[in-house]
Design a protein around this ligand. Structure first.
Ligand code: NAP
Length: 339
């Protein structure tokens, strides 16, 4: 039995960021690896995910992060896929590939009960972190459960060239939306949305007010909005909403680095007259949807009807840079660190 190496390289949070995180808030350290013990796997991580929600876990403001804050001077955590190199767990052998939550590090010792076997023959390993993983499930849950998508809806998605947004827009189209509109932060991303991902219209939110551009893109209003941004996007969506419209509050990345409470949508009272539904969501509440999600989405992936993009950062040294890039819009689709 191969014993784990004594240490591995792992990113630690060393200071709680105030406002925009900076590289000094993180340190890459040699970190002890637990002994293998019983029922555990030694995994060599191949890819790990860096996600905007992790910003909430870096602070310690109660009620802001929906998971407990990361401990200081401990390895960060998040989804990862890798290869089992040693196992003391029944049913797992070296060479297996698993999805688990000990990301931000090169090697991990994880309880087998917290690992899910994945099949690299059925889909590329990275798909289990993106289109077939939490990213895809977030888009699916937001549209079809939180915001009760109906065939014929006009759908607006913000962060539309990002991981969740690009999936939500395509899924809405596949399920019979009348019109799908996306917003993104560059002309290149806008082009991608319309020319490659099948959005009917898209706009660059940096070039003119969101409300103006949304009104132009959706002359008959919108019925459903998947909000990944908050701020002026949410306000514009409320304004453009048709009666009985539905909003899935999935994320508010425009506000994650704010040091003071941002103003709420100034037009929230419109939700009364329009009988709008605004509903927050956390993807982990939708684990029971996974089998249905997988059954429905896998054929779309196989047929190429649902495509996905990934931005890969190479090597563990690049992880913090990749994470910070999420707040600048450096990525297209899912951001992954490749080891
Ligand atoms: P992502 O969209 O791949 O990356 C973040 C994107 O946000 C960037 O590419 C950037 O694109 C955009 N952005 C950054 N700052 C912005 C700003 N000030 N205004 C507008 N857009 C900005 O990330 P993701 O993983 O798919 O997550 C997207 C959102 O969904 C996040 O808010 C995340 O917290 C949320 N989320 C929530 C759940 C849940 O369970 N509730 C699950 C997954 C994700 P541009 O170039 O277009 O600006």
């Amino acid at each position: 039995m191969l014993e784990p190496p004594a240490t591995t390289r792992a990113w630690h949070l060393v200071a709680r960021p105030v406002g925009e995180p900076s590289p000094q808030d993180f340190a890459l350290r040699e970190t002890p690896l637990a002994p293998l013990g019983d029922g555990r796997l030694l995994v060599r991580n191949a890819y790990f995910s860096v996600d905007p929600y992790m910003r909430g876990r870096m602070g310690d403001t109660p009620g802001y992060a929906y998971f407990p804050p990361y401990a200081l001077d401990e390895p960060l955590a998040g989804h990862a896929v890798g290869e089992v190199v040693a196992s003391t767990a029944e049913g797992f052998t070296p060479g297996d590939h698993v999805l688990h939550f000990a990301g931000w590090r090169e090697h991990a010792v994880v309880p087998a009960a917290e690992a899910t076997r994945v099949d690299p023959e059925a889909a590329p390993l990275t798909a289990y972190l993106s289109v077939l993983g939490m990213t895809g499930l977030s888009a699916y849950a937001a549209l079809f459960h939180v915001a009760s998508f109906r065939k014929g809806d006009t759908v607006f998605v913000s962060g539309a060239a990002g991981a969740v947004g690009s999936q939500a827009g395509q899924m809405a189209r596949l399920k019979g939306a009348t019109r799908v509109i996306g917003s993104a932060g560059s002309d290149e991303k806008v082009r991608l949305l319309v020319e490659e991902l099948g959005f009917d219209a898209a706009f660059n939110y940096r070039t003119a007010p969101v409300a103006e551009q949304l009104a132009q893109a959706a002359p008959d209003g919108i019925d459903l909005y998947v909000d990944t941004v908050g701020g002026d996007h949410l306000e514009a969506a409320i304004h453009a909403m048709n009666e009985h419209g539905r909003i899935a509050l999935c994320g508010a990345i425009a506000q994650y680095n704010d040091v003071e409470a941002p103003p709420g949508p100034r037009n929230l009272a419109q939700a009364i007259g329009k009988r709008l539904t605004l509903r927050g969501m956390i993807v982990t509440d939708f684990q029971d949807l996974l089998p249905r999600f997988t059954e429905e989405v896998t054929p779309w992936v196989r047929s190429g009807e649902l495509t996905w993009r990934e931005t890969h950062a190479d090597g563990i040294d690049s992880a913090v840079r990749a994470f910070l890039g999420l707040f600048r819009g450096d990525n297209v689709g899912k951001t992954l660190v490749r080891l």
